[in-house]
Design a protein around this ligand. Structure first.
Ligand SMILES: [Zn+2]
Length: 350
């Protein structure tokens, strides 16, 4: 982890001077940090973590500036080597049959050709409970004293009883929930009505009102008493009159309109507050084109409403796939909102 820390900090040095995006993390850039045995894959994970930290620091300063109404200069982040978020591309969990003192090996591959690290793991009793009910997700967050894992739980035909929900905002469904539920399927129709009405007409005013009511109504449909955490995408730089950038497609920003998305998220956040539900945002990069099964990132994974992983063949509704990535990113994504909200994990996930 000390080695990892150095590599992350080297990338932070680069990103702090030249602002990069996740899409820029290719060989050329990765090669600018040399390490005697870290593989490209591991360096990529380190770079990703560095990028998240830099982005979080900048965003934090922005928010602080807004609140203080004066410019607050962002502080360059430092990785202290106390956490490491890894995917199954790098590590795997296997049974440790011959041991009586621990239950699993967490084997780190791809550290380098000559180095193989096996971490002995003693399973927490909650692990068995969730392992029986759900499926272990392919990501591990390694801390100095423990490893955090994530489970996906299928709730069957009953109304989904789940504590944590990731929500993807879209046009085909206003909200796609990581529980598999989609709501607000009439959104597109209502928006089209607004667009067809003449500017300044009574019909337009009425259509906008109907749309607003519809959005508010659907927000109410989501916040149920059994939810304790809602995770949405962080929408960058949205102020009055600006169009949404980032993950939201051209289609979405022009069709839904930044105003509607903002209104929707504000309603949702307010309802969360009223119902004492935690509301968190994560960075949206690649959530729509990442396979939630194997983690493979490719634009070709997504074709309109259909998600088909080019690596493992995972087939899904594109928005539902995204919503699961959003939730997953909260738990595993380095330095997203989840980083500040550790206690929530303990309370809800066990
Ligand atoms: Zn896949």
């Amino acid at each position: 982890m000390d080695e990892y820390k150095h590599v992350v900090n080297s990338y932070i040095d680069i990103f702090w001077v030249e602002r990069c995006r996740e899409a820029d993390l290719k060989k050329e850039l990765l090669d600018r940090v040399q390490h005697p045995y870290f593989t490209q894959r591991l360096k990529q994970q380190a770079a990703r973590e560095a990028l998240s930290m830099v982005n979080a620091a900048i965003e934090q300063a922005k928010a602080a500036s807004k609140e203080a109404e004066r410019e607050i200069v962002p502080v360059k982040p430092t990785h202290y080597g106390n956490r490491m978020a890894l995917s199954t591309a790098i590590c795997s969990l296997t049974e440790a049959k011959q041991s009586k003192t621990f239950d699993r090996w967490l084997s780190l591959r791809s550290i380098g050709d000559k180095i193989k690290i096996d971490i002995p793991i003693k399973l927490h009793r909650q692990f068995h409970k969730w392992n029986e009910r759900g499926r272990l997700m392919g990501s591990f967050v390694i801390f100095r004293n423990y490893v955090q894992v994530t489970f996906e739980i299928q709730t069957g035909e009953k109304k989904p009883i789940t504590n944590c929900v990731g929500i993807d905002t879209g046009i085909n469904a206003l909200a796609s929930l990581s529980t598999g539920e989609q709501i607000g399927l009439e959104l597109k129709t209502l928006i089209n009505i607004v667009r067809r009405r003449k500017k300044g007409s009574k019909g337009k005013t009425r259509a906008i009102k109907t749309l607003k009511d519809y959005i508010a109504l659907n927000a109410k449909r989501i916040v149920m008493s059994d939810i304790s955490l809602i995770v949405v995408e962080r929408l960058k730089g949205i102020t009055h009159g600006t169009k949404l950038k980032g993950r939201l497609s051209k289609n979405m920003s022009s069709v839904i309109g930044s105003w509607n998305v903002r209104y929707w998220l504000t309603r949702l956040e307010m309802l969360c507050e009223e119902n004492r539900v935690s509301f968190r945002r994560v960075w949206p990069e690649n959530t729509s084109i990442t396979c939630r099964q194997c983690g493979y990132v490719d634009k070709k994974n997504r074709n309109g409403e259909i998600f088909l992983c080019q690596s493992c063949g995972h087939h899904d509704n594109a928005d539902l796939n995204a919503s699961r990535n959003i939730l997953n990113r909260f738990f595993t994504g380095p330095y997203g909102a989840g980083y500040e909200a550790g206690p929530i994990l303990l309370n809800t996930i066990g």
